[in-house]
Design a protein around this ligand. Structure first.
Ligand code: C2E
Ligand code: CA
Ligand code: CA
Ligand code: CA
Length: 275
């Protein structure tokens, strides 16, 4: 029995070692990914619920790994976040998103995800100002999506930073609303322009009464606070119809458009406009 126990222990240790190794390899590969041009951004439309017209687009990181193929940002963003590499990576995202959006044929907004570690970097404001100036993108065309995680702890600093961004003309969006601690006081204390209802609630629309009740409550709350709501992860006409009937102003999801490279974002849309 003792030997079996040790065997199991060794097995777990080996598995753990292997996971750590894979992690380090991925981390090292990520550091080279920028120089090697393996990264790009895909943009997903955020649309007016009634007209389905695109009003903004969210920039989402894509990594085409030479051996592994497409690696999900859900896998490598947390790695970059822990290793500190998120700062150069986040800067690359910001630079690329602003430069690409500056060339779009219509002046819709570009939404960029900012991670907590990036948010904590002392020179973030200076970096953003510099990137905007170089790209020529007006600050009014930039939106930043942040998660609640970023507001916990350093609330004073977060407040100062968010106010400064808002003063620059940048729009602020609270991402994944309803999934974290969701303290309602955040909405009162921080100057958000927009709330994104997490896709887990949107998925439940037409399935369970709880999801509909939560979506309804977030819509009522945002209305009285003067904030825009974006419902994420809209995949079906039924979900869209429910959101429309509840006067949810904005929608995003595969139904309205999958994330695509900047060059393709207006291709199908301008085709739609041609009679
Ligand atoms: P997120 O910010 O909540 O982004 C929404 C995710 O939902 C994206 O996954 C998007 O492709 C996906 N999605 C959009 N519509 C639908 C739909 O109708 N159905 C379903 N099932 N999914 C939908 P993605 O691109 O894999 O990104 C995952 C997460 O990685 C993002 O979640 C965000 O937290 C992070 N991420 C992505 N790009 C960046 C980035 O540039 N910077 C930072 N810091 N994080 C990023
Ligand atoms: Ca987001
Ligand atoms: Ca989200
Ligand atoms: Ca998410």
């Amino acid at each position: 029995a003792k030997r079996d126990g040790r065997g199991i222990h060794c097995f777990f240790e080996a598995a753990l070692d292997q996971r750590l190794m894979q992690r380090r390899t991925l981390e090292r590969d990520l550091r080279m990914a920028i120089e090697r041009g393996e990264l790009h951004l895909a943009y997903q439309p955020q649309c007016d619920t009634r007209t389905r017209e695109m009003v903004s687009a969210e920039a989402l990181l894509r990594w085409n790994h030479p051996q592994r193929g497409a690696v999900s940002p859900a896998e490598f963003v947390p790695l970059a976040e822990e290793s500190g590499f998120i700062r150069p990576l986040g800067r690359w995202v910001l630079e690329t998103a602003c430069a690409e959006a500056a060339k779009w044929p219509i002046p819709c907004r570009v939404a960029v995800n900012i991670s907590p570690a990036q948010f904590r970097q002392p020179d973030l404001l200076a970096v953003i100002a510099q990137v905007l100036e170089r790209s020529g993108l007006p600050p009014q065309r930039l939106k930043m999506e942040v998660t609640e995680g970023l507001l916990i702890g350093e609330t004073e600093r977060a407040l100062t930073l968010l106010r400064a961004l808002k003063d620059m003309g940048i729009a602020l969006s609270l991402d994944d609303f309803g999934t974290g601690y969701s303290s309602l006081s955040y909405l009162r204390r921080f100057p958000f322009d927009e709330i994104k209802i997490d896709q887990s609630f949107v998925r439940g629309l037409g399935q369970d009464v709880e999801s509909a009740a939560i979506v309804e409550a977030v819509l009522a709350l945002s209305r009285s606070l003067g904030m825009i709501v974006v419902a994420e992860g809209v995949e079906t006409e039924q979900q869209l119809e429910i959101l429309r009937s509840r006067n949810c102003p904005r929608v995003q999801g595969y139904l309205l458009g999958r994330p695509v490279p900047s060059a393709d974002l207006f291709r199908s849309r301008s085709a739609e406009l041609v009679p």
